[in-house]
Design a protein around this ligand. Structure first.
Ligand SMILES: Cc1cc2nc3c(=O)[nH]c(=O)nc-3n(C[C@H](O)[C@H](O)[C@H](O)COP(=O)(O)OP(=O)(O)OC[C@H]3O[C@@H](n4cnc5c(N)ncnc54)[C@H](O)[C@@H]3O)c2cc1C
Length: 459
C-alpha cells in the first residue's frame, strides 16, 4: 500500500473541485485532486448557463473573457409568456447569462489548475476516510486497483451528488425528489425561437429552449401526463410534442446529439464542515435545474472556501477555526436560498389547476410591475445580490489607479483601497489579512478605505 502526503486533497474534478484546487495551488500549496473517471472522458454537458457573479469570479482568475468568447450572452429571459427579465440592467461587466457548455468551463479551470501545479490523479476513487487531530486520511484505489492512503491537512469533497466523502462522514442528505421525467435534448432547429431563451408552461407541460451559440440548442421539457422512470427510453418525437404544447412550436428540431430523461432532487447536507473535511458543490446541495444555479453555486462555494484554506495553511489566520467555520456560516444559507428559489421556479412552471395558475400569473405580474421585486429576483438569479449577512457584500469591479479591481484580485490576496498617500492598517480581527495588495482610488476626492477579500466581498 502506497502512502502520500499533501496539504489539501480535493476529491472530484468537476467544476467545483477544479476551481478550488487551482486557487490553492496558485497560492503555492500542495494540492492533490483525485477523480474516479479516466482522464479525457468529459462529463456530459449538464450545465449550460454561467451567471454574472460566476463570470466575475472567473474574471478574478483571468478566465472570463476567454469563456465569454465560447458562448452566447443572453440579456433577456422570457418566462411564462408574459414576463421578461432584463439582465442588461445588471451593474456588472457581464450583464447577461452566458450560454456555454459546462465542458468549456471545465476546460479552462483544468488548464489553470494544471498550470498552477495541481497533482491530478485520474482513475482514482475515494473509498473511505478518517481524521485525527492533524490530518484527514483518505483511502483510495488507483487506476490499476492499487490501494493508496493519502494524508492531507484538509480534504474537500467536491465529488458530486452521490458524494462518497459525505457518506464517509456519515452525514444525511435530507430532502426529496421535486420533479421526475424531465426530458432533455441538444438539437438543431429549423426556425429560431422569438426570444433567445424561451420558457413557458401551459396546462400539463412546460418547456424551454436555449441557444449554445454554435447552431446547437438545449431543449428541456416536462409532461405531467407522462411520468416514467429515468430508464424509460426517450425519443425526439416526445420532446417535439412537449415543445409544441408548452411553447406553441417545436421549431423544427432535428439531429439530436444527446437525448436523456432525468429526475431532480432538492437536498442539502446540514454540515459543510466536519473537522478537517469540507463539502462543496453538488456534494453539499442539489436542486432542480430551473434557474441554472447548480454549477454556479458550486463555483461560488469553491471561491469562498479556497482563500480561507490558503490563509490557514500559510499560518496567516489569527483564528483559523473561526475562519474555517465561516465557510458554513456564509455558504449554507446561500445553498438553502438556492433550493428555495429554484424550487419556486419549478413549482410555478409545473403549476396545475386554476388556483396554482392564478398564483403563477400573479407572481409574473408582481415581478413585471414592481421594480424592487424584479431587481431582487435578478440579484438572486445572477448571484450579484448575494451577501453574507448584513455586512459582507459583493464589491463590484472598480476602476482603480492600479487597474480594475478584478484584475488585482488575480493575485489571490486581499486588496486594500485607500486615498492617495494614505497607508491605513486593516483592523485586527480573527480573519484579518496578513498579506494584501494596496490600491488607490482614481478619484482624489474619495477619502474612504475599503478592504476587499480575495473572493471579492467586503471585509
Ligand atoms: C440537465 C442539467 C442541466 C443543468 N444545468 C445547469 C445550468 O444551466 N447551470 C448550472 O449552474 N448548473 C446546472 N446543472 C447542474 C450542474 O451540472 C452541477 O451542479 C455541477 O456539475 C456540479 O459540479 P460539481 O463540481 O459540484 O460536481 P460534479 O460536476 O458532479 O463533479 C463531481 C466529480 O466527482 C467525481 N467523483 C464522484 N465520486 C468520486 C469518488 N468517490 N472518488 C473520486 N472522484 C469521484 C465524479 O466523477 C465527477 O467528475 C445542470 C444539471 C443537469 C443535470
Amino acid at each position: 500500500m502506497k502512502s502520500l502526503d499533501t496539504d489539501v486533497l480535493v476529491v472530484g474534478a468537476g467544476p467545483t473541485g477544479m476551481l478550488l484546487a487551482g486557487d490553492i495551488a496558485a497560492a503555492g500549496l500542495r494540492v492533490t485532486l483525485v477523480e474516479r473517471r479516466p482522464h479525457g472522458i468529459s462529463n456530459m454537458t449538464r450545465a449550460f448557463g454561467v451567471h454574472a457573479r460566476t463570470l466575475e469570479q472567473l474574471d478574478a482568475r483571468g478566465l472570463a473573457d476567454e469563456l465569454v468568447s465560447t458562448g452566447t450572452p443572453v440579456t433577456e429571459l422570457r418566462l411564462f409568456r408574459r414576463l421578461t427579465l432584463d439582465l442588461d440592467r445588471l451593474r456588472t461587466r457581464f450583464p447577461y447569462l452566458l450560454i456555454t457548455p459546462q465542458y468549456e468551463v471545465e476546460r479552462l479551470l483544468e488548464r489553470r489548475a494544471v498550470t498552477a501545479g495541481v497533482d491530478f490523479r485520474y482513475g482514482t476513487e475515494l473509498r473511505g476516510l478518517s481524521q485525527d487531530t492533524d490530518h484527514a486520511v483518505a483511502e483510495l484505489t488507483g487506476p490499476d486497483g492499487t490501494p493508496v492512503t493519502l494524508r492531507a491537512r484538509y480534504l474537500v469533497g467536491t465529488d458530486g451528488v452521490r458524494s462518497a466523502v459525505r457518506t464517509a462522514l456519515g452525514l444525511p442528505f435530507p430532502g426529496a425528489s421535486v420533479i421526475r421525467s424531465i426530458v432533455l435534448a441538444d438539437v438543431r432547429l429549423a426556425e429560431k425561437p422569438e426570444g433567445l431563451l424561451t420558457v413557458n408552461g401551459v396546462g400539463d407541460a412546460f418547456a424551454f429552449v436555449a441557444p449554445f451559440g454554435d447552431g446547437w440548442y438545449r431543449v428541456m421539457g416536462w409532461d405531467r401526463t407522462r411520468q416514467v422512470p429515468d430508464s424509460e427510453p426517450v425519443d425526439l418525437d416526445e420532446v417535439r410534442a412537449i415543445a409544441r404544447r408548452a411553447l406553441g412550436s417545436d421549431y423544427g428540431m432535428h439531429d439530436a446529439r444527446w437525448i436523456s430523461r432525468f429526475h431532480s432532487d432538492e437536498r442539502q447536507v446540514p454540515a459543510y464542515r466536519v473537522g478537517r473535511v469540507f463539502l462543496a458543490g453538488d456534494a453539499a446541495h442539489v436542486h432542480s435545474p430551473a434557474g441554472g444555479q447548480g454549477m454556479n453555486t458550486g463555483l461560488q462555494d469553491a471561491a469562498n472556501l479556497s482563500w480561507k484554506l490558503v490563509a490557514v495553511l500559510r499560518g496567516d489566520a489569527p483564528d483559523p477555526e473561526a475562519l474555517l467555520d465561516s465557510y458554513q456560516t456564509e455558504r449554507h444559507p446561500v445553498g438553502a436560498m438556492v433550493l428555495r428559489s429554484s424550487g419556486a421556479i419549478v413549482r410555478l412552471a409545473m403549476a396545475h389547476g386554476p388556483l396554482q395558475r392564478t398564483v403563477r400569473a400573479l407572481a409574473a405580474r408582481i415581478l413585471a410591475a414592481v421594480p424592487a421585486a424584479s431587481a431582487k429576483a435578478l440579484g438572486m438569479v445572477s448571484g450579484l445580490g448575494i451577501s453574507y449577512g448584513r455586512n459582507i457584500r459583493r464589491v463590484p469591479d472598480l476602476e482603480l489607479r492600479e487597474g480594475r479591481l478584478y484584475e488585482l484580485l488575480r493575485e489571490g490576496e486581499f486588496v486594500l483601497i485607500a486615498p492617495e498617500g494614505a497607508r491605513p492598517d486593516p483592523a485586527p480581527s480573527p480573519t484579518s489579512p496578513a498579506r494584501l495588495i494596496r490600491a488607490t482610488w482614481t478619484d482624489p476626492a474619495d477619502r474612504s478605505t475599503l478592504l476587499v477579500r480575495p473572493d471579492g466581498y467586503t471585509f
